[in-house]
Design a protein around this ligand. Structure first.
Ligand code: PTJ
Length: 263
């Protein structure tokens, strides 16, 4: 494995460290090669949104927390990239909202299912669904490997959290009546546009914030949680997320782009 030490003084230190995490998980067989490409696409959108949790993302996080607290049977779907970046926080979140965790992979192999489940268990997950014969059901009208789900998990869920994925499944889940919360840095992706709530943020910031929000809102009356979800408008939030990018571009234009150096 070709690994070098990234100096903490590097201006892109945090981003480069995330890259290291993904690459390491690739070498461990948790992330697929295609996951590295997906991460790069995410990095590009993260740059454009300013590598911070924007106001529209925070609004979506609040609505997502309310929806998860209201859910009768919430399920968190985990793929390779999610496991690589936020396995520990996923386990904490699942415990806080009493959600099931299910491994669901686009590039499914039994070996990867097991590796991801073991990683989640190493952080304290009591049960991980969707592994081997547990993926015993299928989502109709979905032809990718993502169609295989657990009848005790995604198939039964009323609310499904899908951090970072490709576009086919969210649409299929919506068609069978699931309430879908997506986390996707690309506000234009099919997943982002098909979900009920889309958090346009990096999962490494969004999941810890979601956990904080759930903890803060846990004791709110159900009527108040319901009001938050009912008043939430994903179309508006996606437009606001795009506007954030637009404003950043305007600022770069106004400030100038080139970096000056002493003569
Ligand atoms: O582990 P598997 O087999 O299920 O495969 C997972 C990948 C990610 C390879 C698969 O789902 C895929 O091909 O996804 P896409 O179509 O590349 O979509 C990934 C989306 O996630 C893109 O819109 C990226 O912008 C976005 N994204 C990438 N990294 C992050 C992210 N969104 C939030 N946080 C990130 N860190």
């Amino acid at each position: 494995m070709n690994s070098i030490r990234i100096p903490s003084s590097h201006p892109r230190y945090e981003s480069l460290m995330l890259r290291e995490k993904i690459v390491e998980a690739f070498h461990e067989g948790i992330v697929v090669a295609q996951g590295l490409i997906a991460h790069g696409r995410g990095e590009c959108f993260d740059y454009l949104i300013g590598e911070k949790t924007t106001k529209p993302a925070q609004k979506a996080i609040q609505a997502a927390a309310a929806a998860l607290l209201l859910a009768q049977y919430p399920v968190i779907s985990v793929n390779g990239n999610t496991a690589a970046l936020v396995a520990k926080q996923i386990v904490l979140l699942a415990k806080e909202i009493n959600a099931k965790i299910e491994v669901n992979l686009f590039y499914r192999s039994h070996e990867r299912e097991l590796k991801i489940a073991n990683l989640l268990r190493s952080y304290g997950a009591d049960e991980v669904l969707g592994v081997g014969p547990d993926a015993d059901a299928t989502i109709p009208e979905l032809h990718s490997e993502r169609r295989r789900v657990s009848s005790r998990g995604i198939l039964r869920a009323d609310v499904v959290l899908v951090p970072l994925e490709d576009g086919d499944r969210t649409e299929a889940l919506r068609k069978i009546g699931k309430f879908v919360i997506a986390i996707d840095l690309n506000p234009l992706s099919r997943t982002a546009r098909a979900a009920n709530i889309t958090i346009v943020d990096n999962i490494v910031r969004a999941i810890p914030r979601l956990l904080d929000e759930v903890r803060k809102m846990k004791n709110l009356p159900r009527s108040e949680l319901k009001k938050i979800v009912d008043e939430y408008n994903n179309e508006e939030v996606l437009k606001e997320s795009l506007l954030e990018i637009w404003r950043n571009i305007e600022q770069w234009f106004a400030k100038g782009l080139t970096i000056s150096f002493p003569k």
